[in-house]
Design a protein around this ligand. Structure first.
Ligand code: KG4
Ligand code: ZN
Length: 336
């Protein structure tokens, strides 16, 4: 079964082909980073317009590379939400038009389910599992007793983990998105030069809070002579990353203990972070929990995860009709 995936929920236009016999045959991502970098964050209207320009040529390119016609496919999967509503609508209307033209089944995918199931593209998933979903818009702990069953146990009280990376990067004059440069610079940072808070670590609730981190970083940076040296920036990056990673890892393993799971997983853009992957791998090993870090290309937004999640739904007999609507917000458990 060959499923075309379309992902346009934020600032990446992505199309992919999942072939149930061969795996991911294609995963094309057209990034809009250059377009939004200038503004220090994603400008929704510009994102929608860029999706409109990029999406159909990307689909054509995929079909050409695979030597396929639309009618050779078995289904179209498209992110229905959550995300920027204008950006989602471009993907959704294109997906509907392609499905209608070629008489293919259509299925809407929840973006977070895509991120979670992306783990299955790297290695078979083990259940029951605890998933830490960490992206630009989400920081959630999701209990998965079995495939396709999601129970949200906790989330952030303020900023998402990705936002914490992006906001602190902005304070340091680093480009958007801030996660990748902080990840890179942290590796040459000096441990112990700065000390940033790990909020709510003693709080038994499965909640995160990252808004205080931005203030702590700003106060630390204001005390330094200007301009900041490369080493100053690297040292701050080291501690920012350590603070975010400690907070996330602490609650992930608390949740894992609570539910007696066999495996832990990371999902979303922040799952690409080297520090987080290393800490979760080390802790999981200590506690005899199964953990395989998802391939980095399947952590940040991509359509392969949507094509794969869509295939799971199509295989299970789920179909959507042309009334399928986009939704800017909506939890995984209640969106349908
Ligand atoms: O999942 P994603 O691509 O888009 C959303 O659904 O939000 O996540 C984007 C977020 C951004 O905040 C970005 O800074 C962060 O993921 N990110 C990282 C890394 N790569 C991307 N954060 C930390 N370390 C990374 N290597
Ligand atoms: Zn995402």
């Amino acid at each position: 079964m060959k499923v075309l995936g379309i992902e346009t929920s934020c600032d990446d236009t992505s199309v992919a082909l999942y072939d149930s016999e061969k795996g991911v045959a294609e995963n094309l991502v057209s990034s809009q980073i250059e377009l939004h970098n200038h503004f220090g964050g994603v400008v929704p209207e510009l994102a929608s317009r860029a999706h409109l320009v990029n999406l159909l040529p990307l689909v054509d390119h995929l079909l050409e590379r695979q030597n396929l016609k639309l009618k050779d496919l078995d289904g179209v999967a498209v992110t229905a939400g959550p995300g920027l509503v204008g950006a989602l609508l471009v993907g959704l209307s294109t997906g509907k038009a392609l499905a209608m033209t070629a008489g293919l089944p259509l299925v809407g995918v929840h973006h977070i389910e895509g991120h979670i199931l992306a783990n299955a593209l790297t290695a078979d998933m083990v259940f029951p599992a605890m998933v830490l979903v960490v992206s630009g818009g989400h920081s959630e702990l999701i209990h998965m007793p079995e495939v396709g069953v999601y129970e949200k146990l906790g989330g952030t009280l303020d900023d998402a983990a990705g936002e914490a990376f992006d906001k602190t990067a902005k304070l340091l004059g680093l480009p958007y998105p801030g996660g990748p440069p902080i990840d890179r610079l942290a590796s040459s940072g000096t441990p112990g030069r700065f000390s940033f808070p790990r909020p709510l670590q003693k709080d038994p609730r499965l909640v995160f809070s990252f808004s205080g981190l931005k203030t702590a970083v700003r106060l630390a940076v204001e005390k330094l002579p200007t301009p900041l040296t490369e080493q100053d920036v690297a040292d701050v990056c080291f501690e920012v990353q350590a603070a975010i990673v400690d907070s996330l890892s602490h609650k992930l393993f608390r949740a894992a203990r609570l539910k007696h799971v066999k495996a832990v997983y990371l999902a979303g853009g922040v799952a690409a972070n080297g520090g987080l992957r290393a800490e979760v791998a080390a802790e999981a090993k200590k506690r005899h929990l199964h953990f395989v870090a998802p391939e980095r290309v399947y952590c940040t937004d991509n359509a392969a995860m949507i094509a794969y999640a869509g295939w799971c739904h199509l295989y299970a007999g789920h179909r959507d009709d042309l009334n399928l609507d986009s939704f800017p917000r909506g939890t995984l458990t209640s969106w349908r």
